[in-house]
Design a protein around this ligand. Structure first.
Ligand SMILES: [Zn+2]
Length: 279
């Protein structure tokens, strides 16, 4: 699908700004097209020349050997995004219109107090967990192509109990937005990989997250699965769509069994459900 491009300007290095605005220069020196809908908390798959350098509104990345790259948009991303593509000395800039999304305000009570105000003895573990998560989110697998696939839901029966991006009151205290989509399910319900990739984190009992798995789908796109009661994969394992990765639980900051499903792309929090074919 194509659409949402605005102010298309192709700039070759060496030409001045006035020339860049002339009608002839509306033909870009570098190709660019994309699949998907540019929207807050969503992503598009761009296509340009293989190996081209990309600046996606401040995030730098490289197109893969097929010329593909991911561009994700924050929960509250500006409604105009800029992509700069460079190949050698040739540079092209493209504007994208980003559709806004509305988010709910929800409240959760009855959470374990140690997961709202962690006790001092938990801080070392929380720091160790954070380091593991940072390493997983920085993963940059060059082989995985899952980012291009239409995702399936990670559970067979989908019941959304908390929408992605809601601002939440936890035990009466205001917290930052919830960067996950919560799917209610009985403890022990199998969780499946939504797309192919490599397991880059598999921890059975983190302080906030409980049992957590992270999958690198390529191009910096990482999905995570929180509060699991037990895991079925190990770090380094390759997964295919539908592969069993673990089981629903309520470990960590949770009031009852559910799967908190999240997606990250180079520091930006995205809504994984927007990748599901039926979404
Ligand atoms: Zn959640």
């Amino acid at each position: 699908m194509f659409g949402g491009l605005f102010g298309l300007t192709g700039l070759s290095s060496g030409c001045d700004r006035a020339l860049a605005r002339s009608p002839e220069s509306q033909h870009s020196p570098l190709p660019f097209s994309f699949n998907g809908t540019p929207q807050q908390s969503g992503l598009v798959i761009g296509t340009t020349l293989p190996g081209a350098q990309i600046d996606a509104s401040g995030i730098t990345t490289n197109a893969d050997s097929d010329g593909r790259f991911v561009m994700g948009f924050d929960r509250d991303a500006p409604l105009q995004a800029m992509i700069t593509i460079s190949m050698g000395t040739t540079i092209a800039r493209f504007g994208l219109e980003v559709a806004p999304r509305a988010y709910k305000v929800t409240s959760v009570s009855g959470l374990p107090s140690a997961t709202i105000d962690p006790p001092a003895e938990a801080l070392a573990r929380i720091e160790a967990d954070a380091a593991l998560k940072r390493a997983a989110f920085d993963s940059n697998n060059q082989i995985a192509r899952g980012f291009e696939e239409a995702f399936r839901w990670p559970l067979d029966d989908v019941r959304i109990t908390s929408p992605w991006g809601a601002t939440r009151m936890l035990n009466g205290k205001s917290q930052r937005p919830h960067f996950g989509i919560d799917l209610g399910a009985p403890r022990g319900t199998p969780i499946y990989a939504p797309a192919s990739g490599f397991v880059v984190l598999a921890e059975p009992d983190m302080h906030f997250e409980g049992g957590m798995v992270a999958i690198d789908h390529g191009q910096g796109l990482i999905t995570t699965y929180l509060h699991q009661s037990a895991l079925a994969v190990e770090v380094g394992q390759r997964v295919t769509p539908g592969a069993l990765i673990g089981y629903v639980g309520s470990k960590g900051r949770a009031t009852g069994p559910h799967l908190c499903w999240r997606m990250r792309w180079r520091g930006r929090n995205l809504d994984p459900s927007l990748r599901v074919k039926s979404a």
